[in-house]
Ligand binder design. Structure first.
Ligand SMILES: Nc1ncnc2c1ncn2[C@@H]1O[C@H](COP(=O)(O)OP(=O)(O)OP(=O)(O)O)[C@@H](O)[C@H]1O
Length: 260
Protein backbone atom coordinates (compact mmCIF):
# COMPACT_ATOMS: atom_id res chain seq x y z
CA UNK A 1 0.00 0.00 0.00
CA UNK A 2 0.98 3.66 -0.03
CA UNK A 3 3.38 3.86 2.90
CA UNK A 4 3.03 0.52 4.55
CA UNK A 5 5.71 1.10 7.18
CA UNK A 6 3.92 4.06 8.63
CA UNK A 7 2.07 3.14 11.81
CA UNK A 8 -1.23 5.00 12.10
CA UNK A 9 -2.55 3.35 15.23
CA UNK A 10 -0.46 2.11 18.11
CA UNK A 11 -2.17 0.52 21.10
CA UNK A 12 0.40 0.36 23.84
CA UNK A 13 -0.33 -1.81 26.88
CA UNK A 14 -3.90 -0.52 26.94
CA UNK A 15 -6.15 -1.65 29.77
CA UNK A 16 -9.77 -0.67 30.23
CA UNK A 17 -11.74 -1.26 33.40
CA UNK A 18 -15.31 -0.23 34.07
CA UNK A 19 -16.68 0.41 37.55
CA UNK A 20 -20.15 -1.11 37.78
CA UNK A 21 -22.65 -1.74 40.56
CA UNK A 22 -21.41 -5.32 40.66
CA UNK A 23 -17.76 -4.33 40.89
CA UNK A 24 -14.91 -3.73 38.48
CA UNK A 25 -15.19 -5.18 34.96
CA UNK A 26 -11.94 -5.55 33.07
CA UNK A 27 -12.93 -5.21 29.42
CA UNK A 28 -9.37 -5.30 28.10
CA UNK A 29 -6.04 -5.84 29.73
CA UNK A 30 -2.59 -5.00 28.46
CA UNK A 31 -3.47 -5.01 24.79
CA UNK A 32 -0.83 -4.18 22.19
CA UNK A 33 -1.57 -3.61 18.54
CA UNK A 34 -0.17 -1.70 15.58
CA UNK A 35 -2.03 -0.81 12.42
CA UNK A 36 -0.11 0.31 9.38
CA UNK A 37 -1.03 2.73 6.65
CA UNK A 38 -3.33 1.23 4.07
CA UNK A 39 -3.76 -2.00 5.99
CA UNK A 40 -7.09 -3.80 6.25
CA UNK A 41 -7.11 -5.37 9.70
CA UNK A 42 -9.95 -7.54 10.95
CA UNK A 43 -10.43 -7.90 14.67
CA UNK A 44 -12.07 -11.22 15.35
CA UNK A 45 -13.45 -12.41 18.65
CA UNK A 46 -16.52 -13.67 20.46
CA UNK A 47 -19.13 -11.52 22.12
CA UNK A 48 -17.91 -9.63 25.15
CA UNK A 49 -14.19 -10.00 24.52
CA UNK A 50 -13.66 -6.24 24.28
CA UNK A 51 -13.72 -5.47 20.54
CA UNK A 52 -16.04 -2.48 20.78
CA UNK A 53 -14.17 -1.19 23.82
CA UNK A 54 -10.94 -1.26 21.84
CA UNK A 55 -12.54 0.54 18.90
CA UNK A 56 -14.06 3.17 21.15
CA UNK A 57 -10.70 3.86 22.72
CA UNK A 58 -8.98 4.12 19.35
CA UNK A 59 -11.68 6.52 18.18
CA UNK A 60 -11.25 8.63 21.30
CA UNK A 61 -14.80 8.02 22.56
CA UNK A 62 -13.27 6.37 25.61
CA UNK A 63 -9.87 6.53 27.26
CA UNK A 64 -7.79 3.62 28.58
CA UNK A 65 -7.58 3.15 32.33
CA UNK A 66 -3.86 2.59 31.82
CA UNK A 67 -1.52 2.40 28.87
CA UNK A 68 -1.98 4.63 25.86
CA UNK A 69 -3.16 4.79 22.29
CA UNK A 70 -1.50 6.95 19.69
CA UNK A 71 -2.68 7.99 16.25
CA UNK A 72 0.11 9.08 13.98
CA UNK A 73 2.35 9.35 17.04
CA UNK A 74 -0.01 11.56 19.06
CA UNK A 75 -1.76 10.32 22.17
CA UNK A 76 -5.53 10.03 21.70
CA UNK A 77 -7.37 12.08 24.30
CA UNK A 78 -10.72 12.64 22.61
CA UNK A 79 -12.63 12.17 19.37
CA UNK A 80 -10.73 13.21 16.26
CA UNK A 81 -11.83 13.69 12.65
CA UNK A 82 -8.91 11.44 11.72
CA UNK A 83 -10.92 8.47 12.96
CA UNK A 84 -14.42 7.69 11.81
CA UNK A 85 -16.68 4.92 13.00
CA UNK A 86 -19.21 2.86 11.08
CA UNK A 87 -21.56 0.94 13.33
CA UNK A 88 -23.85 -2.00 12.72
CA UNK A 89 -27.04 0.04 12.85
CA UNK A 90 -28.46 3.44 13.64
CA UNK A 91 -25.52 5.10 11.97
CA UNK A 92 -27.60 7.56 9.98
CA UNK A 93 -29.72 10.45 11.17
CA UNK A 94 -33.28 9.55 10.13
CA UNK A 95 -34.33 13.19 9.70
CA UNK A 96 -31.53 13.95 7.24
CA UNK A 97 -31.42 12.93 3.60
CA UNK A 98 -28.67 10.62 2.39
CA UNK A 99 -26.69 13.59 1.03
CA UNK A 100 -27.14 15.51 4.29
CA UNK A 101 -26.00 12.49 6.26
CA UNK A 102 -22.93 12.02 4.09
CA UNK A 103 -22.07 15.70 4.40
CA UNK A 104 -22.62 15.81 8.16
CA UNK A 105 -18.97 15.50 9.22
CA UNK A 106 -17.93 18.12 6.70
CA UNK A 107 -20.64 20.45 7.97
CA UNK A 108 -19.39 20.00 11.51
CA UNK A 109 -15.87 20.92 10.53
CA UNK A 110 -17.09 24.08 8.75
CA UNK A 111 -16.54 23.03 5.14
CA UNK A 112 -18.45 25.51 2.89
CA UNK A 113 -21.65 24.28 1.20
CA UNK A 114 -20.25 24.36 -2.36
CA UNK A 115 -17.23 22.24 -1.46
CA UNK A 116 -19.41 19.95 0.61
CA UNK A 117 -21.67 19.31 -2.34
CA UNK A 118 -18.75 18.25 -4.51
CA UNK A 119 -17.34 15.95 -1.83
CA UNK A 120 -20.75 14.40 -1.08
CA UNK A 121 -21.37 13.71 -4.76
CA UNK A 122 -17.96 12.07 -5.04
CA UNK A 123 -18.64 9.78 -2.09
CA UNK A 124 -22.16 8.90 -3.22
CA UNK A 125 -20.78 7.94 -6.60
CA UNK A 126 -18.13 5.80 -4.95
CA UNK A 127 -20.76 3.79 -3.08
CA UNK A 128 -23.28 3.79 -5.96
CA UNK A 129 -25.94 5.94 -4.29
CA UNK A 130 -25.95 8.99 -6.60
CA UNK A 131 -29.61 8.40 -7.41
CA UNK A 132 -30.57 8.37 -3.73
CA UNK A 133 -29.03 11.64 -2.58
CA UNK A 134 -32.43 13.08 -1.68
CA UNK A 135 -33.85 9.92 -0.12
CA UNK A 136 -34.24 9.46 3.61
CA UNK A 137 -32.67 6.46 5.38
CA UNK A 138 -36.05 4.74 5.87
CA UNK A 139 -36.47 4.70 2.09
CA UNK A 140 -33.30 2.61 1.65
CA UNK A 141 -32.59 -1.08 2.11
CA UNK A 142 -30.25 -2.18 4.94
CA UNK A 143 -27.35 -2.60 2.51
CA UNK A 144 -27.92 0.84 1.01
CA UNK A 145 -28.02 2.40 4.47
CA UNK A 146 -24.67 0.85 5.26
CA UNK A 147 -23.28 2.13 1.96
CA UNK A 148 -24.43 5.60 2.96
CA UNK A 149 -22.77 5.14 6.36
CA UNK A 150 -19.52 4.17 4.63
CA UNK A 151 -19.80 7.24 2.37
CA UNK A 152 -20.34 9.43 5.39
CA UNK A 153 -17.30 7.95 7.12
CA UNK A 154 -15.15 8.50 4.03
CA UNK A 155 -16.33 12.05 3.38
CA UNK A 156 -14.11 13.58 6.05
CA UNK A 157 -11.10 11.78 4.58
CA UNK A 158 -10.19 10.00 7.83
CA UNK A 159 -6.81 8.41 8.38
CA UNK A 160 -8.43 5.27 9.71
CA UNK A 161 -11.94 3.94 9.28
CA UNK A 162 -13.16 1.96 12.28
CA UNK A 163 -15.96 -0.45 11.48
CA UNK A 164 -17.88 -2.21 14.25
CA UNK A 165 -19.65 -5.19 12.67
CA UNK A 166 -21.07 -2.94 9.99
CA UNK A 167 -22.70 -5.79 8.06
CA UNK A 168 -23.79 -7.88 11.05
CA UNK A 169 -27.48 -7.08 10.65
CA UNK A 170 -27.65 -7.87 6.93
CA UNK A 171 -28.81 -11.08 5.29
CA UNK A 172 -26.06 -13.38 4.01
CA UNK A 173 -26.37 -12.38 0.36
CA UNK A 174 -26.37 -8.64 1.02
CA UNK A 175 -23.53 -9.10 3.46
CA UNK A 176 -21.40 -10.82 0.81
CA UNK A 177 -22.20 -8.07 -1.64
CA UNK A 178 -21.28 -5.37 0.86
CA UNK A 179 -18.00 -7.11 1.64
CA UNK A 180 -17.15 -7.11 -2.07
CA UNK A 181 -18.09 -3.46 -2.36
CA UNK A 182 -16.06 -2.51 0.68
CA UNK A 183 -13.00 -4.20 -0.80
CA UNK A 184 -13.52 -2.23 -4.01
CA UNK A 185 -13.77 1.01 -2.04
CA UNK A 186 -10.72 0.12 0.00
CA UNK A 187 -8.73 -0.59 -3.14
CA UNK A 188 -9.77 2.74 -4.65
CA UNK A 189 -9.24 4.87 -1.55
CA UNK A 190 -6.27 3.07 0.06
CA UNK A 191 -7.85 3.73 3.44
CA UNK A 192 -6.59 2.08 6.58
CA UNK A 193 -9.41 -0.02 8.02
CA UNK A 194 -9.94 -1.71 11.35
CA UNK A 195 -12.97 -3.94 10.98
CA UNK A 196 -14.57 -5.78 13.90
CA UNK A 197 -16.41 -9.01 13.19
CA UNK A 198 -17.62 -12.25 14.77
CA UNK A 199 -17.35 -14.03 11.48
CA UNK A 200 -14.24 -16.00 10.51
CA UNK A 201 -15.40 -16.08 6.89
CA UNK A 202 -15.83 -12.33 6.79
CA UNK A 203 -12.37 -11.78 8.28
CA UNK A 204 -10.68 -14.22 5.90
CA UNK A 205 -12.42 -12.63 2.94
CA UNK A 206 -11.53 -9.05 3.87
CA UNK A 207 -8.34 -8.87 5.86
CA UNK A 208 -4.68 -8.32 5.18
CA UNK A 209 -4.21 -9.34 8.75
CA UNK A 210 -6.48 -10.90 11.31
CA UNK A 211 -6.11 -10.13 14.99
CA UNK A 212 -7.84 -12.55 17.30
CA UNK A 213 -8.94 -11.13 20.61
CA UNK A 214 -9.34 -13.90 23.11
CA UNK A 215 -12.39 -14.07 25.37
CA UNK A 216 -10.11 -13.66 28.34
CA UNK A 217 -9.06 -10.12 28.91
CA UNK A 218 -5.45 -9.35 28.51
CA UNK A 219 -4.22 -11.17 25.48
CA UNK A 220 -4.26 -10.19 21.86
CA UNK A 221 -2.99 -12.79 19.47
CA UNK A 222 -2.01 -11.93 15.98
CA UNK A 223 -2.06 -14.23 13.04
CA UNK A 224 0.56 -13.75 10.36
CA UNK A 225 -0.44 -11.53 7.50
CA UNK A 226 -2.60 -13.40 5.07
CA UNK A 227 -0.88 -12.81 1.77
CA UNK A 228 -3.40 -14.07 -0.74
CA UNK A 229 -3.76 -12.37 -4.07
CA UNK A 230 -6.79 -10.13 -4.28
CA UNK A 231 -9.59 -10.49 -5.13
CA UNK A 232 -9.82 -13.36 -2.70
CA UNK A 233 -12.27 -15.91 -3.97
CA UNK A 234 -14.54 -17.43 -1.36
CA UNK A 235 -14.61 -20.73 -3.22
CA UNK A 236 -10.83 -21.03 -3.67
CA UNK A 237 -8.63 -23.65 -2.03
CA UNK A 238 -6.55 -20.86 -0.44
CA UNK A 239 -9.63 -19.38 1.19
CA UNK A 240 -10.49 -22.75 2.72
CA UNK A 241 -6.91 -23.19 3.93
CA UNK A 242 -6.81 -19.79 5.64
CA UNK A 243 -10.22 -20.35 7.14
CA UNK A 244 -9.01 -23.64 8.56
CA UNK A 245 -5.88 -22.02 9.91
CA UNK A 246 -7.85 -19.28 11.68
CA UNK A 247 -10.32 -21.76 13.15
CA UNK A 248 -7.44 -23.88 14.36
CA UNK A 249 -5.82 -20.89 16.06
CA UNK A 250 -9.09 -19.94 17.75
CA UNK A 251 -9.43 -23.50 19.00
CA UNK A 252 -5.90 -23.47 20.35
CA UNK A 253 -6.49 -20.18 22.13
CA UNK A 254 -9.68 -21.52 23.69
CA UNK A 255 -7.94 -24.69 24.82
CA UNK A 256 -5.13 -22.56 26.28
CA UNK A 257 -7.69 -20.51 28.17
CA UNK A 258 -9.22 -23.59 29.75
CA UNK A 259 -5.85 -24.34 31.31
CA UNK A 260 -5.53 -20.95 33.02
N1 LIG B 1 -19.74 1.10 29.71
C1 LIG B 1 -19.53 -0.10 30.25
N2 LIG B 1 -19.75 -0.31 31.55
C2 LIG B 1 -19.52 -1.51 32.11
N3 LIG B 1 -19.06 -2.60 31.46
C3 LIG B 1 -18.82 -2.45 30.15
C4 LIG B 1 -19.05 -1.20 29.47
N4 LIG B 1 -18.70 -1.36 28.18
C5 LIG B 1 -18.30 -2.64 28.04
N5 LIG B 1 -18.37 -3.28 29.22
C6 LIG B 1 -17.99 -4.70 29.47
O1 LIG B 1 -16.72 -4.91 28.88
C7 LIG B 1 -16.66 -6.18 28.25
C8 LIG B 1 -16.31 -6.01 26.79
O2 LIG B 1 -17.40 -5.39 26.12
P1 LIG B 1 -17.36 -5.03 24.56
O3 LIG B 1 -18.66 -4.42 24.22
O4 LIG B 1 -16.13 -4.26 24.28
O5 LIG B 1 -17.24 -6.47 23.92
P2 LIG B 1 -17.41 -6.92 22.40
O6 LIG B 1 -16.33 -7.89 22.13
O7 LIG B 1 -17.47 -5.74 21.52
O8 LIG B 1 -18.81 -7.64 22.43
P3 LIG B 1 -19.89 -7.83 21.24
O9 LIG B 1 -19.23 -8.64 20.20
O10 LIG B 1 -21.02 -8.53 21.92
O11 LIG B 1 -20.27 -6.45 20.76
C9 LIG B 1 -18.01 -6.85 28.49
O12 LIG B 1 -17.89 -7.68 29.62
C10 LIG B 1 -18.93 -5.67 28.77
O13 LIG B 1 -19.98 -6.05 29.62
Amino acid sequence: MSDYDKVWVRVNHATKKFETRKGTVTALEDVNLEIHDGEFVCLLGPSGCGKTTLLRMISGLDIPTSGEITIDGKVVNGPSPKMTMVFQEYSLYPWRTVAENVGFGLEMTGVPAEQRKIEVEKQLKLVGLEAFADSYPYELSGGMRQRAAVARALATDPAVMLMDEPFGALDAQTRNKMQRELLNIWQKTKKTILFVTHSVDEAVYLADRIVILTPRPGRVHEIDTISLQRPRERTSVEFAQYRKKVLHMIEELETGNQNI
